[in-house]
Design a protein around this ligand. Structure first.
Ligand code: HBI
Ligand code: FE
Length: 285
């Protein structure tokens, strides 16, 4: 269950992260050390991949499926450098290996420069359903395919630049919500119905189905200010999902300067994860 990933994200500053940070460079990157992966790890990767392939054709957005198919990474943990060669040609992005969660500023700096940090270790077999920190399966399977989509790739780079700016404006807490409710748990409306595009959905077994199919959660049309005010829980499925009509909307709706938005919402009470507001445009399944 990917929920717990967020425990780590929110505690990314805690020294008790499980990766090996000893050899990390000043930009927090390390070697992937692909030859160190064991046959058992490649086999677990295949098991996780096959589990998701039973879900994503029906619940993931087309852009994700299109790229995943072409990446051909069902056979085992991919070599980041091989993928980076393809990715650079597609959208100018590349993958960098990291030992796990890295400090916000380092993370934003990589994104702003079109480098996506991918954790270099894989969860243990007993963590197939529940991994505390983002591992290579979450980071790669969940996040990497959409970096091949030019519009989404631009959004991710813009998010990185926005993160560096939010840090200067002491608004990281607000901006983190945008990452959470789009990059990790975003839903997109398609002619065939709602689909997941957030990595936390795409790499999870339980929440992808819940987010798209369940009658329980509230699904609200993307509204930047409402989203930035909305808190999130890191230990359970979402109560609220935000729905976009297309990746172009992510770019358009987050293009304006956030400074006045941060100023306005700083003076307003946060919105609880399970709270409805008068202006919500509810999206039906
Ligand atoms: N580090 N490696 C890694 N991966 C993440 O997704 C990540 C991170 N550090 C911080 C972070 N995410 C969150 O604070 C985002 O909201 C930026
Ligand atoms: Fe993630």
């Amino acid at each position: 269950m990917e929920r717990s990933i967020l425990t780590a994200v929110s505690n990314a500053r805690q020294p008790r992260l499980r990766g090996d940070y000893s050899g990390a460079r000043t930009d927090h990157t390390v070697e992937q050390n692909w030859s160190a992966y064991t046959a058992a790890e490649h086999s677990l990767w295949r098991k996780l991949y096959d589990r998701q392939m039973r879900l994503v054709p029906q619940y993931a957005c087309e852009e994700f499926l299109h790229t995943l198919d072409r990446l051909d990474v069902s056979g085992g943990i991919p070599r980041f450098e091989a993928i980076s060669r393809k990715l650079r040609r597609a959208t100018g992005w590349e993958l960098v290996a990291v030992p796990g969660l890295i400090p916000d500023l380092g993370f934003f700096e990589h994104l702003a420069n079109r480098r996506f940090p991918v954790t270099n270790w894989l969860r243990r077999p007993q963590e197939a359903e529940y991994v505390v920190e983002p591992d290579v399966f979450h980071d790669f399977f969940g996040h990497v395919p959409l970096l091949f989509d030019p519009v989404y790739a631009d959004y991710m780079a813009a998010y990185g630049a926005g993160g560096l700016k939010a840090a200067r404006l002491d608004s990281l807490k607000h901006l983190a919500r945008l990452y959470w409710y789009t990059v990790e748990f975003g839903l997109i409306r398609t002619p065939e119905g709602l689909r997941g595009y957030g990595a936390g959905l795409l790499s999870s077994s339980g929440e992808l189905l819940y987010a798209v199919d369940s009658a329980e959660p509230r699904r609200v049309k993307f509204d930047l200010e409402r989203l930035l005010r909305t808190e999130y829980r890191i230990d359970r499925f979402q109560d609220t999902y935000f729905v976009i009509d297309g990746f172009e909307q992510l770019i358009a709706d987050t293009a304006p300067d956030f400074t006045p938005v941060y100023e306005r919402i700083r003076r307003m009470p946060p919105i609880a994860p399970d709270e409805a507001t008068w202006d919500d445009v509810v999206v039906r399944r």
